[in-house]
Write a protein that binds this ligand. Structure first.
Ligand code: 5GP
Length: 250
């Protein structure tokens, strides 16, 4: 753990959040733990944390370059990210470009149907209630955020979808769907938080539609970490790989 980390604030299913000496900054440690099916399936997979930290860093940098505000400040070590401290909003903001996963289980969409415009869905981030899907009225009645904030979250999410879809397509990957979490900074601005990694997105090969994400684990198949590594190899530049000694990570 890096020198500036102070106090464990929160332990999630795959990450730990630490306070630092500076109230405006946290450190997020990406662990090797992986869970699925509402916590019913668990494992620890060596190097998964490092790969997710590297992938999230890269994707946050791509977004920042397009003017999207994220919590990301810098990667301190291969699995520790220095971030802005945020007051997190308990929403899982899901954006879908292709129908799959829970969407085809719950609604009569054909598997792999292209969704244009994309679907944006809000789930309540609440383990006790098993992350139920919300609508605007429920979000307002539960006083989670205001209508203006919700509208802004939708707009930012659509922009993120455009930027990441283009970037990933240029690297040979289809951005099928993903989950984002947002928070407020100390001035009340809405900022992208959490992570963007194969734990939270579905990524398919543009040609073969092969999966490179947590669906491999959800389905009980082998090769999850190899798939995450493949995403690192595809999206990081050679300089970024040298900086983090990616070739020595095994
Ligand atoms: P689905 O609703 O089809 O299971 O998931 C849609 C997308 O959101 C997928 O990319 C999935 O990884 C992500 N997602 C939805 N809920 C969660 C969640 O609770 N945790 C994580 N890590 N990802 C989620």
């Amino acid at each position: 753990m890096s020198q500036i980390a102070k106090e464990l604030l929160y332990t999630g299913k795959a990450k730990d959040v630490y306070k630092t000496d500076n109230d405006d900054e946290y450190i997020i440690k990406f662990r090797d733990d992986i869970t699925a099916l509402d916590g019913g399936k668990k494992d620890t997979l060596s190097k998964k944390g490092v790969y997710n930290a590297l992938i999230s860093t890269k994707l946050f940098e791509v977004l920042e370059a397009e003017g999207i505000k994220t919590q990301y400040i810098e990667l301190l070590s291969p699995d520790e990210m220095l971030t802005m401290s945020l007051d997190m909003i308990p929403l899982e903001v899901i954006c879908r470009n292709i129908a799959t996963g829970s969407l085809v289980k719950k609604y009569p969409f054909p598997e792999k149907k292209e969704l244009n415009p994309p679907i944006i869905q809000f789930d309540y981030k609440n383990d006790e209630y098993h992350d139920p899907m919300l609508n605007d009225s429920i979000i307002l009645a539960l006083d989670i955020v205001s209508q203006d904030a919700l509208d802004e979250i939708r707009q930012i999410t659509l922009k993120i979808n455009r930027v990441l879809s283009d970037f990933l397509k240029s690297k040979g990957l289809l951005l099928v769907d993903f989950k984002l979490e947002y928070g407020f900074d100390k001035d009340g601005n809405i900022i992208l938080g959490d992570e963007i990694s194969p734990d939270t997105t579905r990524l398919w090969d543009v040609d073969t539609l092969e999966n490179f994400d947590k669906d491999i684990f959800r389905k009980g198949e082998d090769g999850v970490v190899d798939a995450y590594r493949k995403v690192v190899d595809l999206i990081l530049t050679d300089d970024e790989k040298d900086k983090w000694n990616v070739k020595d990570i095994e």
